[in-house]
Design a protein around this ligand. Structure first.
Ligand SMILES: [Ca+2]
Ligand SMILES: [Ca+2]
Ligand SMILES: [Ca+2]
Ligand SMILES: [Ca+2]
Length: 693
């Protein structure tokens, strides 16, 4: 009866790899048992988690239909055709209602495809599959969930035994929800609404986000929802449509919202007291006593002379710290400091007392002098150093690459990268890496968003100009979205090119090893897939949400930095084929105990983190954080990160990219303005050199 023998056919995965890794189609085809690769995709019962299955793997007309453990075998591989058929097997048979019955309880079978109305089906946005002739639902008999429970037709009743998840016939995402808008803005709530998106099958859900963070998902019939918001805090709201097959639309336009305060507060905090400081080499550490406020102290601003050099921030209901470290000062120099307190409504206290401190004769600290080497009106993203010490960096929204002499600050535009399109969010011209054999081949490796996808290309830099005629697309088809576009490139000591890709705002992509999204990818320099990759495609590790940092330590191990959703971010030590848990697990929050999930080496509350780039110098990890407006220094000790220290907290604002500099120090870039839009040159950013002790 069952006949579910071990696979007589290759798993479907092979086919999906061939589709998703476009550059590799030919080589794999020649080495694979393509004749036995089943076409089609599974149809999974929501209640049972089991697959719609032809009983006994029979290919004979009249063979029945049941649910069974998903095997990837050909008797579970369905193709939804434009005629509304659900075909199975390579010599196709059709899902068929026996005797053309339209009565509840009608038997399902396979039968030679004949175009009959009893072989036509509708895959609905609510997860049901209905017969066109009968209007009845595909139904697991008796709401059973066990292997070999038969499937028949029954009156649609909304039961979970009538809901199916399938990508059969639907790889087409919904259209973009239109006219995103807000109304009824109050201090702690707002109504967010949009126009319905279209889809070839039906919109199953709308996913509502702010700034890359999923707030909630609502049903496909819902076109407005009330959101809880934070008084005084600006969010960018948007919505994506998702169909039952898991295809996610591009995002709506972003609607900014800044709720008013619930109660007006005009009373400033008390002045911070008892400011003292200690000096170690060229580093000053300040301490003071806490201020009080009628509501709450939210920030302390630290001034050196008359310049604000840092801000420490409250985290939820935890008050801000009362200490600050000012690093990278000049030697033998006197500095004066004071501190002020601020509440959430910008009431500023009187100054604390002032302290004067004189630095030592030399930097004896891990982090020494910070020198600004350039400014930019766009977002510096990928940054790399050429063999001659010249910096190249990508301008994310302006879409060009700049040649920067760090000694003089002189900048030259080496050219615009073709076919770049930002996403009114995080996409654009992102990762940059230089060929390990650059002196002879002049290749620049570039990751960017295009109008259709994210992709990795290489272009030769010749005579200090991008020769766009040499462009080669190494890997395309990495899904894009407004946020979660990943974007970092890094060559490993093994000569392979590693890339970090976001989940394109669809967590299912991260666990799908045939998807290029939510991954660390690994390619040969010519874009082909290394023969020792774990899954036969470009995927090196999976279960990632939005990784934007990659760096190798002295043992050749790969470290990765990844944005979480609303709870925590993470630093991971990447292993071949590893599963890092997203979307079930965010950092150490959620369903993280699942066998095979690899835990992060360190997590960060998103308010203290939201870190993008990482660099490793002498086995110390440096982490550049955006929302956390700081750089972490973390010592790699064995497989752990120890002696974690925070630098530049609020001194330079949001930090994007940190890279090793040729002199043993770091390059460090900011990302303060215009980094959530597609508008070029609306930023005011800085590039620093950081000397390390
Ligand atoms: Ca669709
Ligand atoms: Ca107050
Ligand atoms: Ca993880
Ligand atoms: Ca911009």
């Amino acid at each position: 009866m069952f006949g579910h023998a071990p696979s007589q056919r290759k798993p479907r995965r092979l086919l999906a790899i061939l589709v998703s890794v476009t550059v590799l189609t030919a080589p794999l085809l020649t080495t694979s048992d393509t004749a036995s690769a089943a076409t089609g995709t599974p149809i999974t019962g929501t209640a049972s988690g089991r697959c719609l299955d032809v009983v006994g793997q029979s290919t004979a007309s009249g063979a029945g239909i049941n649910i069974y453990d998903c095997t990837g075998n050909a008797n579970q591989a369905w193709t939804f055709t434009s005629a509304g058929e659900l075909r199975v097997y390579d010599s196709p048979m059709c899902l068929d209602v026996a005797g053309q019955s339209t009565t509840p309880g009608a038997k399902l079978q396979i039968y030679a495809c004949n175009g009959g109305a009893n072989q036509q089906w509708k895959i609905n946005g609510n997860g049901t599959i209905t017969g066109v002739q009968s209007g009845l639902c595909l139904d697991v008999v008796g709401a059973g969930t066990a292997n070999s429970t038969l499937v028949d037709l029954w009156t649609c009743n909304g039961g979970a035994n009538q809901q199916w998840k399938t990508t059969a016939g639907d790889s087409q995402p919904p259209s973009v929800p239109g006219n995103a808008r807000i109304s009824d803005l109050a201090c702690d709530s707002v109504t967010f609404a949009w126009n319905a998106a279209g889809d070839n099958v039906g919109v199953a859900f709308y996913d509502v986000y702010h700034d890359g963070q999923l707030i909630k998902s609502v049903s496909g019939s819902t076109l407005s929802t009330s959101l809880t918001v934070v008084p005084g805090v600006t969010w960018g709201l948007y919505v994506n449509a998702r169909d039952a097959a898991g295809n996610v639309s591009q995002a709506s336009a972003t609607v900014p919202v800044t709720p008013p305060q619930c109660q007006v507060d005009t009373q400033a905090p008390t002045a911070p007291g008892s400011l003292t400081g200690t000096v170690s080499g060229t580093t000053v550490t300040l301490r003071w006593s806490a201020s009080t406020d009628n509501v709450a102290v939210k920030f302390y601003d630290i001034y050196r002379g008359t310049t604000r050099v840092g801000t420490v921030t409250a985290n939820g209901t935890t008050p801000p710290a009362t200490t600050f470290t000012d690093s990278g000062l000049a030697a033998n120099t006197a500095y004066t400091y004071y501190v002020v307190a601020r509440d959430a409504q910008a009431n500023v206290s009187a100054h604390s007392n002032t302290v004067s401190l004189t630095t030592g004769s030399a930097c004896g600290n891990p982090v020494c002098a910070v020198t600004q080497i350039a400014t930019d009106t766009d977002i510096p993203w990928g940054l790399a150093t050429l063999p001659d010490g010249i910096i190249l960096y990508n301008r994310r929204d302006a879409q060009n690459i700049i040649h920067l002499n760090p000694a003089t600050g002189a900048k030259t535009d080496v050219g615009t990268v073709p076919n770049v399109q930002s996403t009114d969010g995080e996409g654009g011209l992102t990762g940059l890496a230089i060929s390990s054999t650059y002196a002879s081949d002049h290749w620049l490796y570039i990751m960017h968003t295009s109008p259709t996808d994210n992709r990795i290309v290489r272009i030769k830099l010749e005579n200090d100009r991008l020769n766009t005629g040499t462009e080669q697309v190494l890997l395309s088809g990495i899904l894009r979205n407004k946020f979660h576009d990943g974007g970092r490139l890094r060559f490993g000591p093994d000569g392979k090119l590693y890339a970090s890709t976001g989940d394109a705002q669809n967590g299912d992509n991260a666990q799908n090893r045939t998807s290029l999204n939510g991954k660390v990818l690994r390619l040969n320099p010519d874009g082909s897939v290394p023969s020792d990759n774990p899954f036969g495609n470009a995927v090196w590790s999976y279960g990632h949400r939005n990784p934007q940092g990659l760096a190798f330590d002295s043992q050749g191990r790969l470290w990765e930095q990844e944005f979480g959703n609303a709870v925590m971010d993470e630093t991971n030590l990447i292993t071949k084929g590893g599963n890092y848990g997203w979307p079930a697990c965010e950092g150490t929050s959620g369903t993280c105990g699942t066998a095979g999930f690899i835990a992060p080496k360190r997590t960060y509350p998103t308010a203290d983190g939201s870190c993008s780039g990482i660099a490793i110098v002498r086995d110390v990890l440096y982490v550049a954080c955006e929302r956390g407006t700081r750089m972490y220094r973390e010592v790699i000790s064995g497989s752990d990160l120890t002696n974690v220290q925070t630098y530049f907290n609020g001194t330079y604002g949001r930090l994007r990219t940190v890279e090793p500099a040729p002199d043993g120090g770091l390059w460090l870039t900011t990302s303060n303005n215009g980094d959530k839009d597609s508008i070029p040159n609306n930023s005011n950013e800085r590039i620093f050199h950081v000397a390390l002790g």
